[in-house]
Design a protein around this ligand. Structure first.
Ligand SMILES: [Zn+2]
Length: 67
């Protein structure tokens, strides 16, 4: 069955949608790359907002305690 396996093209799986594709990179298309990038950015933004809220709560708690 060596002949059969040789006929399967070298392929990758898209990091964004999981589809198999032939080519370079992590994504099957530019659209997937863009979508994935936006997802990462929005996740990072959510994390940053959470961080700011937590710091704000700590600052207020310290301020109330100090007062
Ligand atoms: Zn994709």
């Amino acid at each position: 069955m060596a002949e059969y396996t040789e006929k399967i093209p070298q392929h990758r799986h898209c990091v964004s949608c999981g589809k198999a594709f032939v080519g370079e990179g992590k994504f099957c298309s530019e659209e997937c790359q863009r979508t994935s990038g936006d997802e990462v950015k929005s996740k990072l933004r959510k994390y940053l907002i959470l961080e700011v809220i937590l710091v704000g709560v700590v600052v207020v708690a310290l301020w109330l305690g100090w007062k």
